[in-house]
Ligand binder design. Structure first.
Ligand code: C5P
Length: 400
């Protein structure tokens, strides 16, 4: 189906890379029409003529240019768009967006636009990390704007760090996903647990683990993007919940288990991505445990097992329900994962060797192997956690 994408280019040196993006979009087998809008600063980095030749359309730069159509130019353009992409987006343009300013053609189109918006920042590392820039990004994300994180590397200003425009192929893929959203989980209810559980020692101290919630949150986001009703049961994490999911925050493994059991009967798909602690403190102290001044002291904590959540749910699995677990291993990865798949009555398990570079906790990528109950083994290359999430959901759909 034909789609129209607005490509807004702002004044960053990365602007030249957008020529390649426009060219790719125009060559796409689907019929994609590209309208390029450039800020005045962008035209200093790459000429409108280049963009006009590649897009096959007049490039819009001037708020006051006479419009060949009867409509006011910015309204007329905004109405045609199925997606508006701002790439590269400068700190200044992001700030204007976050504050609703409209002082040139592109910022005016942003306000008049009702289609989804994708912003791809590119700037100096310190500018990108600046608290005000981050606050503006957060504000826009909270209002539903899609962002791509910049990559790290050597920047044009000579600094090495985050701020590089992501590879054009990645931007192109993201545009395709937003233009042709998949709806293959429409009408399905997905229960995901994520984050890490915490077990109290006393009112101020607790035992936890290295889980960050990144993988589980990516799964919840992917499932919601594909049309599912998502319930995200989350232990401790610093992450913002994805938009459109029902978040249930929990603290310990026992509470997480109870909540998961409550939702299980109404769910079609259950994914256990939480880093559940295997032990809790037998008797948490009611008051803060005091240290003895000036004395060497030893403190013995008695630990007892927590419930195995997936095993508990696996024992109550309903016909047609798909259950997925994770196995984060440091040795004999596939063998250990297979054992867990069977013990927990799962449909498939996502095994990862957390000793590998770019896999496991606290990183944005993962390297996993999917093992299903029929014995099929699918190793995946190193991918972003969001792409791993997409591959997991694809496998769920294939097994449904
Ligand atoms: O800890 P283990 O390696 O057995 O974890 C494998 C899977 O089981 C993970 O998906 C994890 O979320 C789940 N699990 C659980 N309850 C536990 C421990 C792990 O649901 N107590």
């Amino acid at each position: 189906m034909p789609r129209t994408v607005g490509i807004g280019i702002t004044g960053s040196i990365a602007a030249y890379k957008i020529a390649d993006l426009v060219s790719k979009l125009k060559k796409d087998e689907q019929d994609i029409d590209v309208i390029v809008i450039m800020t005045e600063a962008a035209t200093r980095f790459i000429t409108p003529m280049t963009m006009q030749t590649l897009s096959g359309r007049e490039v819009l730069t001037d708020m006051w240019a006479p419009s060949s159509q009867w409509k006011v130019q910015h309204i007329g353009v905004a109405e045609q768009l199925d997606l508006l992409v701002i790439a590269p987006a400068t700190a200044n343009f992001i700030a204007k967006m976050a504050h609703g300013l409209a002082d040139d053609l592109l910022s005016t189109i942003v306000l008049a636009n009702t289609a989804p918006v994708l912003v791809v920042p590119a700037m100096n590392t310190n500018m990108y990390r600046n608290a005000m820039v981050q606050e503006n990004i957060k504000k826009l994300m909270n209002s539903g704007v899609h962002f791509m994180e910049p990559e790290s590397g050597l920047l044009a200003c000579g600094v090495t760090g985050e701020g590089r425009l992501p590879e054009v192929d990645l931007i192109y893929e993201k545009i395709k996903c937003l233009l042709y959203p998949r709806t293959d989980l429409m009408g399905k209810r997905v229960l995901v647990n994520a984050g890490t559980t915490c077990e109290n020692i006393d009112p101020v101290r607790f035992i936890t683990n290295r889980g960050t919630g990144k993988m589980g949150y990516a799964l919840a986001e992917e499932a919601a993007a594909r049309g599912a009703d998502v319930i995200l049961v989350s232990g401790r994490t610093h992450l913002e919940p994805p938009r459109g999911v029902k978040l249930v925050s929990v603290w310990g493994a026992e509470e997480m288990c109870e909540i998961m059991m409550q939702y299980q009967p109404a769910c079609d798909i259950i994914i256990g991505a939480a880093a559940v602690g295997d032990f809790t403190v037998a008797r948490a102290a009611e008051q803060k445990i005091k240290k003895l001044e000036g004395k060497k002291q030893s403190l013995v904590l008695e630990l007892v097992s927590t419930p195995d959540i997936l095993k508990t749910l696996g024992g109550k699995k309903q016909p047609g329900q798909i259950m997925v677990g994770f196995a984060a291993e440091t040795e004999d990865v596939l063998e250990n994962a297979r054992k867990k798949l069977i013990a927990k009555n799962l449909d498939f398990i996502v095994a990862n060797d957390i000793t590998m570079d770019g896999a496991g906790f606290a990183v944005d990528t993962n390297i996993v192997t999917l093992i299903d109950r029929h014995g099929e083994v699918t190793p995946l290359p190193k991918m972003s956690k969001r792409d791993v999430a997409a591959a997991i959901i694809d496998k769920v759909i294939a097994m449904m």
